[in-house]
Design a protein around this ligand. Structure first.
Ligand SMILES: Cc1cc2nc3c(=O)[nH]c(=O)nc-3n(C[C@H](O)[C@H](O)[C@H](O)COP(=O)(O)OP(=O)(O)OC[C@H]3O[C@@H](n4cnc5c(N)ncnc54)[C@H](O)[C@@H]3O)c2cc1C
Length: 499
């Protein structure tokens, strides 16, 4: 997929595909309530070779950017390019290769009920799914204490609190929390403060805090209540559906790992995907043709889909500067929400034979949650873990040993001899993620939320953070890609009206 030359000369879409492009452009324009659009002259631009301008440049080859590119292509728009900073696609999805066709996901991995956009994409790409393994007893470790309990795929949290959260979440639109009737009051509180007001006892508090950390990457004291409610709203206002394995967002995995979705899309797109092309500067976003300055030359485009999180957008130079609201949203978006995931590989998932689920929760230790991440045929046993940043040595061997002996406390001495160990610290590996999930603080949405969606000049904002539903998840990324493609088609259609 890597080519060095500028995008190739691309013919206008013709016949059936051209009609389809126009049809979809019209649908896109209508659905976005754009100004009146005339499609009489078509929307296809000059081929790239003529003037070297692409219709659409997409920044970021994660799920959002690749979905947008795929939609545009399927609508007949061939004049596009995807610029990716890394030397791989998939962004926050990344497969650890364990050999013999087995992978363990270092980033996003689970999907669940209601996440229909990513499920549909997987079906189209012929990527199968399989149920996550959670049967059996989980082990909670606290100092020398060890408790084994079957959570039956649930959260171990508090039903009353779950019901109250659900009730509040009903009034908070997932894609625009700042529009909630009580937005100002709700956004003053952190989730931690709210829990205190509910008189939550320590035991429930532990599980509730763990759930928030795993879902949103932040401790309750750092998380805005309004933000958390907007995410719960995506899950049908059902807190349990957000946090659980059984019937929840952790229920299902992809055969071959989640990154395979991006790899397949990139393969379809061929040389339209350009790797190792970080965009450093975007000039002339207020003009008809925008300049994208990469480490390997300048790309000119009529529309730009920016498919990366707002904190990363803030690393790009905009000339002229962005309007104040958008610039401040980017500047204040949390730029650090590190997550470290480790993988122990064993001969087989031996804990299952003894009636354990593979889940380990450690109070006051480095493990937030370890879980069985074995492949569907259980040909090897995989224990993956989310570990607390800063609580485990960065030295790989030392980290592996500490975790192995913790697993031995949970499941016995067999855990001391993993065949492989992998470690992916998203906070340290590269600068192209910055934050895994977005733990927005109190006050964020009501101050800057309004600037999240509106296009700025020729720039269309995408990426999971901009999704109307399931923001922060892989499903949200796909949804945001679909929406951005429609916005780009609508914009090009409008352009044709005045041509
Ligand atoms: C540890 C972890 C666990 C997770 N678990 C889950 C889960 O179980 N389920 C779930 O649904 N979600 C999960 N997520 C979240 C999910 O992975 C993301 O929401 C989703 O992958 C985001 O996709 P995206 O396309 O919006 O952004 P990204 O994947 O971040 O893609 C953005 C792309 O833009 C590129 N880029 C950045 N800056 C530039 C630049 N200047 N120029 C060019 N390219 C640039 C990046 O390299 C990247 O490839 C998890 C994430 C992490 C990290």
């Amino acid at each position: 997929m890597e080519v060095d030359a500028e995008p190739k000369t691309i013919a206008k879409p013709r016949g059936q595909s051209r009609r389809r492009f126009l049809h979809l452009a019209a649908a896109g324009a209508a659905s976005l309530a754009a100004d009146k659009v005339s499609l009489a002259q078509g929307v296809a631009s000059k081929p790239v070779g003529e003037g070297g301008v692409v219709d659409v440049a997409i920044i970021g080859a994660g799920l959002a950017g690749l979905t947008a590119a795929r939609d545009l292509r399927r609508a007949g728009c061939e004049s596009l390019v995807v610029l990716e900073a890394r030397n791989r696609v998939g962004g926050r999805t990344y497969n650890h290769d364990l050999g013999r066709g087995v992978v363990s996901e270092a980033g996003g991995q689970w999907i669940g009920p209601g996440q229909t956009a990513i499920a549909d994409l997987a079906r189209e790409l012929e990527v199968d799914t399989f149920p996550s393994w959670y049967a059996g007893k989980s082990v909670v470790l606290a100092g020398d204490a060890r408790v084994a309990q079957d959570f039956h795929g649930g959260t171990g949290g508090d039903e009353t609190i779950g019901a109250r959260l659900g009730e509040l979440a009903r009034g908070v639109p997932s894609g625009a929390p700042w529009k909630a009737k009580d937005a100002t009051a709700l956004d003053k509180l952190s989730y931690g403060e709210w829990l205190r007001q509910q008189g939550v006892k320590y035991e429930e508090g532990y599980f509730l805090a763990l759930a928030a950390k795993l879902t949103l990457g932040g401790a309750p004291a750092q998380l805005g209540l309004l933000h958390y409610l907007s995410i719960i709203n995506s899950a049908g206002c059902n807190y349990e559906q957000l946090e659980a394995f059984k019937g929840g967002a952790q229920e299902t995995r992809f055969v071959g790992g989640s990154q395979v979705l991006s790899i397949k899309m990139a393969n379809e797109l061929g040389d339209k995907v350009r790797l190792s092309r970080p965009v450093r500067k975007i000039a002339g976003w207020d003009r008809d043709v925008v300049e994208l300055h990469t480490d390997q030359g300048v790309i000119h485009a009529r529309r730009v889909i920016v498919a990366m999180n707002p904190a990363l957008c803030d690393r790009v130079v905009f000339d002229p500067p962005l309007p104040q609201g958008r610039a401040q949203l980017q500047q204040n978006w949390p730029a650090s929400a590190p997550m470290r995931k480790t993988v122990h590989v064993y001969e087989k998932p031996f804990w299952r034979d003894a009636g354990y689920s593979g889940m380990v929760l450690q109070v006051g230790g480095p493990i937030f949650m370890a879980y069985d991440n074995s492949p569907p045929d259980a040909s090897v046993g995989v224990l993956a873990a989310f570990v607390a940043p800063g609580m485990l040595p960065s030295d790989q061997r030392a980290a592996e040993q500490i975790l192995s002996s913790t697993y031995a406390k949970a499941f016995g001495a067999e855990a001391l001899k993993p065949k492989q160990f992998h470690d992916h610290d998203w906070g340290r590996v590269d600068p192209w993620t910055l934050q895994c999930i977005h733990p927005l603080p109190p006050g964020f949405w009501t101050t800057w939320g309004k600037a999240l969606h509106p296009a700025v000049g020729r720039l269309i904002w995408s990426g999971t953070e901009t999704a109307d539903l399931w923001a922060g998840s892989m499903d949200g990324a796909v949804r945001s890609g679909h929406r951005a493609a429609l916005q780009a088609l609508a914009g090009l259609a409008q352009r044709s009206e005045v041509a």
